[in-house]
Design a protein around this ligand. Structure first.
Ligand code: PLP
Length: 421
């Protein structure tokens, strides 16, 4: 668990936050919506919805290119969003924050720009066996283009990174290490400080995928010492289509642009173009301005609730869910790492995860079933997929109880449990 559970008071306090999220008031299949698919995307508080709507009704103009007041106003809002992300990650400089469509695009940016410029034949890219496809496939592209080789750190039966194997795989050919901070399929919190320390000792550059971390704990990129950190706004109570890449300034300054177009240039002629400084160099074209405004509101919201309070609440809930789920016959947890955040992944003997998902849905309980974009990890566990309940600040014990009741119902429907049970 990633923080000290602080008992039920915190849970009661957080339950009051349900009212901030209008979608949680809508029924699904005539039932109260129990939303436990937060690993896929979180719901949005009214403050975020209002901020985006207000932007379009009061502030909309394209940024950077206008001398008129509205364009300058919109540019100010965009710049304030960048400063908010800097604060969220505790980056040293605002120039170290590049806006992207999300985690996937941020990793593709690093792979296409840093990867193609720095990797050569025989260089090694070290990834973990629990990576999301978005931290695998872009590196396969680069490996095919450069002749670099991908190596994989195995995952233990408990769903932890095999740190002994990690140390052994690191060598002077390792140029890049890419790891998730928190696994989206298992909830495992990886020992990222240690990963960065060991990787830097052999001169490798480290990217941490924070997609499942930023909404659940405080992240400090300077304390972590990583070279790149990436996340998606929509998993942090913000809008879809916006996220960010943190990159150490000297790395970003040395990297070539990856997309060409407006806003990323300094001068253009048909003979040659020169480029804008970091971070504009990586933000070609009109960006998702409204998304940045929404993301800024989302960060303000989680900062107001408090990331420590969120972590403590989710830990209490995960502990409760783990106890309750453990009492269901035939249920087996996948991933029992010592450090876990906000995710319970499991399979049920005799019922396919997709059937579990469908039956729970009829009860108003939204979970995710499948490979969670981690096919190599599922292969490692010999499974087609798992059922995953993932928690957010607005989830309650009643939500866990609804999940457990739904699972008992699934067992009854499959003839695995007596009706009286
Ligand atoms: N990495 C992890 C660990 C994730 O959980 C996800 C999304 O589920 C991603 C990357 C991709 O995020 P996005 O689809 O927002 O780009």
């Amino acid at each position: 668990m990633n923080a000290i559970a602080q008992g039920t008071d915190m849970t009661i306090e957080m339950a009051a936050r349900v009212a901030d999220f209008p979608i949680l008031g809508r029924p699904v299949h005539g039932r109260r919506l129990v939303y436990l698919d937060n690993g896929a995307t979180t719901q949005k508080p009214q403050a975020v919805i209002d901020a985006e709507a207000r932007f379009y009704s009061e502030s909309n103009a394209n940024i950077h290119r206008g001398v008129h007041w509205l364009s300058q106003h919109s540019t100010d809002l965009y710049d304030q969003g960048r400063e908010r992300v800097r604060q969220l990650l505790n980056a040293a400089q605002v120039e170290e924050i590049v806006f992207t469509r999300g985690t996937t695009e941020a990793i593709n940016l690093v792979a296409a720009s840093w990867g193609r410029a720095n990797l050569n034949e025989g260089d090694e890219i070290l990834l973990s066996g629990m990576e999301h496809h978005s931290n695998i496939v872009p590196w396969q592209f680069v490996a095919q283009q450069t002749g670099a080789v991908i190596k994989v750190v195995p995952v233990t039966d408990d769903g932890e990174l095999d740190m002994g194997a990690f140390s052994q795989l690191l060598n002077e050919r390792t140029r890049f290490v890419g790891m998730c901070h928190v696994s989206n399929a298992l909830g495992t919190v990886n020992p990222v400080e240690e990963i960065v320390r060991q990787a830097h000792a052999v001169g490798a550059v480290v990217l941490l995928d924070g997609a499942q971390a930023v909404a659940h704990q405080r992240v400090d990129v300077q304390a972590l010492g990583c070279d790149f950190y990436v996340f998606s706004g929509h998993k942090l109570y913000g809008p879809t289509g916006i996220g960010a890449l943190y990159g150490r300034r000297e790395l970003l300054d040395a990297m070539p642009p990856w997309q060409g177009g407006g806003d990323m240039i300094h001068t253009v002629s048909f003979e040659r173009s020169t480029y804008a400084p970091t971070p504009q160099k990586f933000e070609a074209g009109t960006p998702n301005i409204a998304g940045v405004v929404g993301l800024k509101a989302a960060i303000a919201y989680v900062q107001e609730v408090g990331l420590e309070a969120i972590a403590a609440h989710e830990d209490t809930l995960l502990q409760y869910a783990t106890e309750q789920l453990a009492g269901i016959p035939g249920l087996r947890f996948i991933g029992q790492a010592r450090q876990r955040a906000a995710i319970a992944s499991f399979v049920m003997e005799g019922i396919h995860p997709h059937d579990l998902g469908t039956i729970l849905d009829m009860e108003g309980v939204a979970i995710r079933a499948g490979h969670h974009c981690t096919m190599p990890l599922m292969t490692r566990f010999g499974l087609p997929g798992t059922a995953r309940a993932s928690f957010a600040l607005y989830n309650t014990r009643e939500d866990v109880d609804a999940l457990v009741a739904g699972l008992h119902k699934a067992r009854r429907l499959f003839g695995l449990e007596e009706r009286s049970a």
